[in-house]
Each structure stands twice: as C-alpha cells, then as structure tokens.
Design a protein around this ligand. Structure first.
Ligand SMILES: O=P(O)(O)O[C@H]1O[C@H](CO)[C@@H](O)[C@H]1O
Length: 390
C-alpha cells in the first residue's frame, strides 16, 4: 500500500466525489487498461469515459491494452503519479448500482458548481430538434465528454451538449442530444441524466422526439402530444428501473398510468390553438422499440393494431425514470416520416428525412415549447422571488 501525499489524498477524495467510485489505493492491479498522469492534467479531474478516450496508455508498457468501447471503469487506483482504471464490460455491470445515487449526485454537484442557474425545467431535444436549446438566454454550455459520468452522443443530429440558461425568465437545462439503447449503453446509463436533472432541482421535464407516424390520419410535420406510451423493450424485461431499487429516488413499483401530466397536455393544446397550430397538433400514443433498424411493414401493422399512433426509439425510458423520481413530465413527438404500411409502397424510412423534417418544423416547436415554459407554474420554487442563481 502506498502512503499518499496530501495532494494525492485530496485528489483521491475528489475522485470519489466525482463518481470514480470503488477507488482503491495501489496494491493488486489486475486489468489496468489506462494510465493517467497527474502532471498531464494538472489537478483537474475528468470523467472516467474521458480518461479512457484521452488516456495515452503510455510508458507503462505492461499496461498496454486500450479499453474497448463499452468498457466501463469499475475501479480506480492511484499512486504518486498515475491513476489506473480497472475496466469491466458493461454486460457485467448492467443492472448494478453503477449509475446510482452517488454517481448522479457527484455529477449534479459538479454541474451546479459551474452552472449559472439552478434549473427548474429540463428539456430533452430529439433527433434534429437541437435548435430548442438555442432559445435559452445567458447560456453556459458543457460538452457531454467533459461531464463526469456522462455518456457521449453518437447519433447524427444529437450535438452532445448540455446547455444551461433561462427561457422566458425560467431557469432551464437543455440536453442537446440524448442517448438511445441502440448506441450500446446500458439502459441505466442512458436515463441517468433524468436523475441528474432531479438532483439539480428540476421539477418539470419536457421531452421531444422524432417519430414515425403509424396513425393513418397523421401527416409528416404533425406534432403529437404524447398522452401515453407502449414500452416494447419493457415487455422483454428491459426497463431502466430493473435491478436494485434506488429508494432515495423513488418506490420499487412506480405507477405509470399518470406518466404524462394531463394539465401540461391541456396547456399544450391551449398554447397550440393560440399559436394557430391546431391543424397539425395531435394527441396520441408513442411506442418505443429498441432500434436501430426501422420497422418492417408487418411490425408497423402490428403496432397500429396495438393502439400506437407513433413509433420511435427513445423517450419512454427517460419518462419512466423521471416519473420514478417524481418529476412532472410532458412529451412531444414530431412526426418526421410516415411508417410504411403497404407492400406496394416504395417509401423507405431514413434518418436524413427525420433530420430534415426536424429542421422544417423547428421554429414552430421552439415557439410551442417556449410559450409553454413561460406559463409553467414553477415560479413558486424560486428563492427570494428570483430565478435560482447559483
Ligand atoms: O427519438 P429521437 O432521439 O428523436 O430519435 C429518433 O430518430 C432516430 C431515427 O431516425 C432514432 O433515434 C429515433 O428514436
């Protein structure tokens, strides 16, 4: 066991707070996959994922193998000059407490330390809808890669930035890019931002997504207020709340029949009518699939019979976690393409069309969401009558 000098000890403690949990002082080293030299980074601690991607795997030649994608550090060892990461495949850690309270708290504290506001509203931008973040004033932007414990965006149309600011005077945080199951992250990891939102003080989450229209009355460009969902991966046991329950966030068996706040749906209808959007504003059921392949014709027909109006690959997992920890949820789907239902059709779903439709409807979505936020009743949570400035 190496006796750490005071600076090392402080770093060690800070590492723990930042979610580099399972810290052990140097002793037995089994699978050391990366070496980080303190002198390269000064005293700045960075996220484990960043350590992996930036780590030079230098001179310590016996530590030669680079971590593979999806390997998550489970142990960090520190001596006078180096920080060692022990890694394990995500398969092994899936369902464990690796994305639990401690990690979320460390990240929330890290963000709040630097954020200009303490957010009351959290917004998630769907594919091609990142423009929603541009409406925030007095922005402070964090790249996902710089945030401890945060995954990185890998999908085109998801910028991978967390933007803090105010929207019509309300303190907000906006995810410009979300995470999907098909990116290969454990489901607990893709939904972790919801718990981080909660710990930062968010009361209301507004989620947006791009979706394929199943309902034959829907047209490309329609905006669907989500009133309910069908969680297909959930039928196969893929649920973000699987594994030990985090009692500090919520109950073991959360109710989902009230997942989508009815008052907020009503508010969206009112605001939409005032803005003259009634012609393209819909209300319906969103069905999540695992992706990344788009649906077959038979699958689309089946989903329609099951009562789904739109199909996508996101949102529902976030909603489940947000509701588990007691946040109010509102969600919108932009119908970016018509799901193909007919064997005579030559239409083919594709991501480019999804992004293009997002761009075309961007202005109206921004207007709808920002007007809703302006009318949200979260003001009572402000301290001293002001926005939560940190
Ligand atoms: O749900 P969002 O993130 O908007 O993205 C949607 O668009 C992508 C397919 O084009 C899929 O990721 C689907 O879920």
């Amino acid at each position: 066991m190496v006796a750490l000098p005071p600076a090392g000890r402080r770093l060690f403690e800070k590492g723990r707070r930042l979610g580099l949990h399972n810290l052990v002082e140097v002793g037995k080293v089994c699978y050391v996959l990366a070496v980080w030299r303190q002198r390269d980074e000064g005293r700045k601690l960075i996220s484990p994922q960043d350590l992996i991607s930036r780590s030079p795997c230098t001179s310590a030649s016996r530590y030669h193998s680079r971590p593979k994608v999806n390997q998550v550090p489970t142990k960090v060892a520190l001596n006078r000059t180096s920080l060692y990461l022990h890694c394990m495949s995500t398969k092994v850690v899936q369902g464990s407490r690796r994305y639990g309270y401690e990690e979320c708290k460390a990240t929330a504290d890290w963000l709040l330390d630097q954020a200009p506001v303490r957010p009351l509203v959290g917004i998630v931008c769907g594919s091609g809808l990142g423009g929603l973040a541009d409406m925030l004033k007095d922005q402070k932007i964090f790249n996902y890669g710089d945030i401890p414990n945060f995954p990185k965006s890998t999908v085109h149309g998801h910028a991978g930035r967390l933007v803090f600011g105010t929207l019509k005077g309300k303190p907000c945080v906006c995810m410009q890019g979300r995470f999907h199951l098909y990116e290969g992250y454990p489901i607990q990891k893709i939904t972790m931002p919801m718990r981080i939102f909660k710990l930062m003080g968010v009361k209301t989450v507004i989620l947006t997504n791009a979706a394929g229209g199943l309902n034959q009355d829907y047209k490309v460009g329609d905006v669907m207020i989500i009133k309910d969902h069908i969680n297909m991966p959930g039928f196969a046991g893929i649920n973000p709340l699987s594994g030990p329950n985090e009692e500090s966030f919520g109950t073991r068996f959360p109710c989902m029949s009230d997942a989508y706040d009815r008052k907020l749906q009503q508010l969206a209808q009112e605001v939409g009518a005032e803005l003259g959007y009634s012609d393209f504003l819909r209300e319906g059921v969103y069905c999540v699939l695992g992706g990344p392949s788009f649906e077959t014709i038979a699958e689309c027909r089946m989903l329609t019979r099951l009562g789904a109006d739109a199909v996508g690959m996101s949102t529902v997992h976030e909603v489940i976690v947000a509701r588990h920890c007691g946040m109010q949820v509102f969600a919108l789907s932009l119908i970016t393409n018509q799901a193909v239902m007919d064997y005579d059709s030559h239409e083919k779903a594709n991501h480019e069309e999804v992004l293009q439709t997002g761009e075309q409807r961007s202005l109206q979505l921004v207007k709808l969401v920002s007007t809703m936020v302006a009318r949200l009743d979260v003001a009572s949570d402000y301290t001293n009558g002001e926005a939560h400035h940190c």
